[in-house]
Design a protein around this ligand. Structure first.
Ligand code: C2E
Ligand code: MG
Ligand code: MG
Ligand code: MG
Length: 284
């Protein structure tokens, strides 16, 4: 064994590895407990239609309400949930909760739910979605599922079949973070997406940099010729918005309009919009 008479590197390395493993196990246990203890919550961020500047939908973004660490970002726990398989029950909870929340909103507002590759690949995913719709009473046409292109890399036939099944039910499918992978465009040929969400990395300097703007324009034009709606993610400033408008994108999402907000604030926001004829999208 390393600790008895092994090389020095081993002796130095081992306790550290141990610590990492222990921390991971602790986090996994906490994640499991959080699921049982109902310690996740959904926040929602508006998706804004640029033709009338009104909110057309809301993206559900999960957060973990940790007793000591406060609100934890999905970027920190979704990867662990995926590695441990806990993403399946967590994703199921997210779907059900999002449908339940959305059914209380005005009837023209849709809800977008992020779906992890592991969930999609899991047997019975389509039934899980159908069950969430049935339990809430939400119409299938008000549900959008967001998937990243990496989803389609493995097990392609099964994934495509599941997506086709869902789409036939009236559920819309969006490609999330478009442009961050290496085969984004080829996926557009393999599956009829309803929406392309252009990754926010393209927005960062689209106001000042003609090349960044040209890329957005090209994706919008590709979407238009394929009959796919394009949304630009991560819009933070007025100059960015002006540039995106000029490139012809149909929808936007970003801190300029609103950060993700707790579910409790959403119904009131949407009802206020319903009572107003003009744009009420700036709630940041
Ligand atoms: P995403 O699906 O691409 O969601 C958009 C992310 O961008 C959100 O981060 C949102 O808060 C952030 N964002 C929105 N507008 C702006 C902006 O103007 N500027 C900047 N800098 N950021 C903006 P969030 O909530 O931390 O979520 C991160 C990622 O975690 C999501 O990226 C999604 O991939 C994943 N995620 C969140 N909720 C779920 C879920 O329920 N299930 C799964 N599988 N993944 C989820
Ligand atoms: Mg998303
Ligand atoms: Mg995204
Ligand atoms: Mg993302």
């Amino acid at each position: 064994e390393a600790k008895a008479e092994g090389r020095g590197t081993f002796r130095l390395f081992e306790p550290k590895m141990d610590e990492v493993a222990r921390e991971r196990l602790a986090l996994e246990r906490e994640l499991r407990e959080a699921l049982q203890g109902d310690r996740f919550e959904l926040h929602y961020q508006p998706l804004v239609d640029l033709s009338d500047n009104r909110i057309k939908g809301m993206e559900a973004l999960v957060r973990w309400r940790h007793p000591e660490r406060g609100l934890i970002s999905p970027a920190l726990f979704i990867p662990l949930a995926e590695e441990t398989g806990l993403i399946v029950p967590l994703g199921d909870w997210v779907l059900r909760q999002a449908c339940r929340d959305a059914v209380g909103w005005p009837g023209d507002i849709s809800v977008a739910v992020n779906v992890s590759p592991l969930q999609l690949r899991h047997r019975g995913f389509a039934q899980t979605v159908v069950a969430a719709l049935a339990a809430s009473g939400l119409d299938a046409t008000r549900l959008e599922l967001e998937i990243t292109e990496s989803v389609l890399l493995d097990d392609t036939e099964t994934n495509l079949e599941t997506l086709h099944t869902l789409r036939k039910l009236g559920i819309r499918i969006s490609m999330d973070d478009f442009g961050t992978g290496y085969s984004s465009i080829s996926y557009l040929r393999r599956f009829p997406f309803d929406k392309i969400k252009i990754d926010r990395s393209f927005v960062r300097d689209c106001a000042g940099n003609p090349d960044a703007g040209a890329i957005i324009r090209a994706i919008v034009s590709l979407g238009t010729s394929l009959g796919i709606t394009t949304l630009v993610e991560g819009v933070e400033t007025e100059p960015q918005l002006a540039a995106i408008r000029a490139e012809g994108a149909r929808e936007v999402q970003g801190f300029l309009f609103s950060p993700p907000r707790p579910a409790g604030e959403i119904a009131a926001l949407l009802i206020a919009q319903d009572d107003t004829a003009g744009p009420v999208t700036r709630v940041a």
